[in-house]
Ligand binder design. Structure first.
Ligand SMILES: CCCCCCCCCCCCC/C=C/[C@@H](O)[C@H](CO)NC(=O)CCCCCCCCCCCCCCC
Ligand SMILES: Nc1ncnc2c1ncn2[C@@H]1O[C@H](COP(=O)(O)OP(=O)(O)OP(=O)(O)O)[C@@H](O)[C@H]1O
Ligand SMILES: [Ca+2]
Length: 586
């Protein structure tokens, strides 16, 4: 195959002559009229070619085509380091080549297009795009039409665009409408919009497979459609943690070349209902309270979290609870091993084999690990009880601009486990130290009141066994996509229902606050609530007592994990000979 596609000839770029070679895997060009030592080679992996056009073509800021018959233009991915994040920014590189004849030009463009088809099987042809016009700074529409749509057009992707008119429209569409012909679903918005798509696609896949989502012991069917995220929200944690940068162009390019990143998903259950799915944070205590507080200040936009974080911090709350967890195999990895899950992560690759072994009964509804979630194996569970500042479960690092290494810096995107972070009640200044460490490279787990465990499942209950039934939840307990679905809706972030969970926090007043410092006095006069709420990827959950299970690699994103910026810098400093081994460089 490699030899079939090989093409080599002299080509011109401007007034310089180059020796260009297309193998199955790379397009390379080297200045021809230079001494060997001065020769520079540019090498672009075929998988990173975005498009090939006849003539001299420009895309940005506007498309222009000079339709000459001996020229062709190649668009490809170019990388640069981001000043503010660890990941790499991708942008559109462009080189216009001139051929000695039209015949040779056609040979080059045909070979390149064939190579693209052969070596990038996951490139999408048709995408379903949902734009939330109200997410983040309300720029979703503008971001899509000015930055993303021209790239999709260049790559020959046809997209069906739906600008949402209400919350949950994207989720409902994915649950009910015909999805034939789509290769993937793209959401333009924040984590809330991603969550809609996640719920729609997981729900649809289980419906079609005839699986019962409500039973935490059932091995769910992985979703066949990929999800792309064009970041246009407030936190954009899922995008940040899977791409490494918040940049719509980088994300669009990952979608175009059909990158594929599997992602663990946590299902959250209460009694015999499925409450919700999460990929980033299931958090009780501090993060739940911050979310509940922030909903009152949506008008502040992304700043609402900093404001609410400060208010909640000053209110100095802790909550009683029983946490039970099922530890993951400690031989595979540890949340304290100081490694990072980067693009091509070995721990995740090995997990793919472990999670989807090629055994004859791999199609069965229950995995070989089924017994671990059944009540027969209670012996393996660990139980702790006490007062917590926060209890957090995260399936991935949950890095974001506020916390560039995230809630759990060594968590893996696709290893089939989550990290449980227990922050015991402590002095307010110690808790501040814990929070502050999220903003730097200091280890937030290296504190005496913090524990972190790599887990497969977690159960949370109240010490007196009394479940808080949030008022009005019965009304929310409506079916999605049909009456027969047992699925509990969360308290909507945008509707008036969001006040319900908040009212639960405000209604319950049991324990007096401890007065800690003069600055806190004003707020300490208030009584502390007995229970907090759960923050599930930015949504308030209607139940306090929950059971969580991590489902390894349940969905796939158009992403590849965080590329190591430091390694790329070394790459660009390589000698010319070695440079050709590196991925695209300038
Ligand atoms: C002193 C500085 C401390 C800074 C502490 C920064 C910790 C940041 C940790 C961020 C974790 C994000 C996890 C991702 C969650 C998403 O699935 C979800 C949906 O988008 N986002 C949120 O729930 C939104 C949650 C947003 C939480 C923001 C918390 C901000 C805390 C500010 C505390 C200030 C204390 C000041 C005391 C004087
Ligand atoms: N047309 C719409 N009107 C009102 N709400 C919508 C609409 N479309 C989507 N939503 C809801 O808006 C919520 C927030 O959207 P989104 O996640 O895009 O932005 P964000 O909250 O600013 O960002 P983040 O989730 O990253 O903090 C989502 O939960 C989604 O269900
Ligand atoms: Ca994980």
């Amino acid at each position: 195959m490699e030899t079939d596609l090989r093409l080599e000839s002299s080509l011109w770029i401007g007034n310089k002559r180059y020796r260009a070679v297309l193998t199955g895997w790379h397009l390379k060009w080297t200045e021809a009229d230079k001494k060997n030592g001065d020769k520079k080679t540019v090498s672009v992996p075929v998988a990173e070619v975005v498009g090939v056009e006849n003539g001299r073509v420009e895309i940005l800021p506007q498309k222009s085509v000079e339709d000459t018959d001996k020229d062709f233009t190649v668009f490809y991915i170019k990388r640069s380091r981001s000043r503010s994040t660890y990941g790499l920014l991708w942008s559109l590189g462009r080189t216009q080549f001139s051929c000695p004849s039209r015949v040779l030009r056609d040979q080059w463009t045909n070979h390149l297009r064939t190579a693209l088809k052969t070596h990038s099987p996951l490139r999408p042809h048709r995408l379903l795009v949902f734009i939330n016009p109200f997410g983040g700074k309300k720029k979703g529409r503008e971001i899509y039409h000015s930055l993303v749509a021209p790239l999709f057009e260049l790559a020959g992707i046809s997209s069906h665009v739906i600008v949402t008119e209400r919350a949950n429209q994207a989720r409902d569409h994915l649950l009910k409408k015909d999805l034939t012909g789509f290769d993937g679903v793209v959401c333009v918005g924040g984590d809330g919009m991603f969550s809609e798509v996640l719920h729609g696609l997981i729900g649809r896949t289980q419906q079609e497979a005839g699986l019962c989502e409500t039973d935490p012991a059932v091995t769910l069917q992985p979703c066949p459609l990929h999800i792309g995220i064009i970041p246009a929200g407030s936190t954009d944690c899922v995008c940040y943690a899977t791409v490494g940068v918040i940049d719509p162009v980088s994300s669009a390019l990952h979608i175009i070349i059909g990158d594929s990143q599997p992602l663990d998903v946590c299902s959250v259950h209460h009694a015999s209902t499925l409450v919700r799915y999460s990929v980033s944070l299931v958090g009780y205590g501090f993060y739940g309270d911050v979310l509940a507080e922030s909903e009152k200040h949506r008008w502040m936009g992304p700043l609402r979290y900093d404001y609410s974080g400060t208010v909640v911090y000053l209110s100095n709350r802790s909550y009683a609870g029983i946490v039970q967890y099922l530890p993951a195999d400690p031989l595979l990895s540890s949340p304290k091993d100081k490694t990072r899950c980067l693009s091509g992560c070995n721990v995740c690759s090995r997990s793919t084999e472990r999670l989807f072994p090629h055994t004859s009964d791999s199609g069965s509804l229950y995995s070989s690990h089924f017994s671990q979630y059944s009540s027969d194996s209670e012996g393996e569970w660990v139980s702790v009880e006490g007062r917590f500042r926060c209890v957090s479960i995260t399936c991935m690092s949950s890095s974001c601009a506020r916390s560039p290494l995230g809630l759990s810096p060594s968590a893996h995107l696709a290893d089939g486990t989550g990290d449980l972070i227990l922050v015991w009640d402590t002095h307010p200044l110690s808790f501040l130290k814990f929070l502050y460490r999220h903003t730097s490279t200091q280890d937030q787990f290296d504190l005496p009141f913090v524990e972190v465990h790599r887990v497969k499942a977690v159960r949370f209950s109240l010490p007196d066994g009394r479940e808080e039934v949030h008022e009005g939840i019965g009304e929310l307990n409506r079916a999605i996509g049909g009456e027969e679905r047992e699925y509990v809706d969360t308290v909507s972030r945008n509707g008036s229902q969001q006040q319900l969970a908040q009212s639960v926090v405000e209604r319950e007043t049991m324990n007096e606050h401890k007065t800690v410092a003069p600055i806190l006095c004003g707020l300490c006069c208030k009584k502390t609530p007995a229970v907090s709420v759960w923050n599930c990827d930015g949504e308030i959950l209607p139940f306090t007592e929950i059971f969580c299970r991590i489902h390894g690699q349940l969905v796939r994103l158009y992403a590849r994990g965080i590329e190591d910026g430091a390694a790329m810098q070394n790459c660009s400093q390589e000698s010319d000979k070695n440079k050709s081994r590196c991925i695209t460089y300038k």
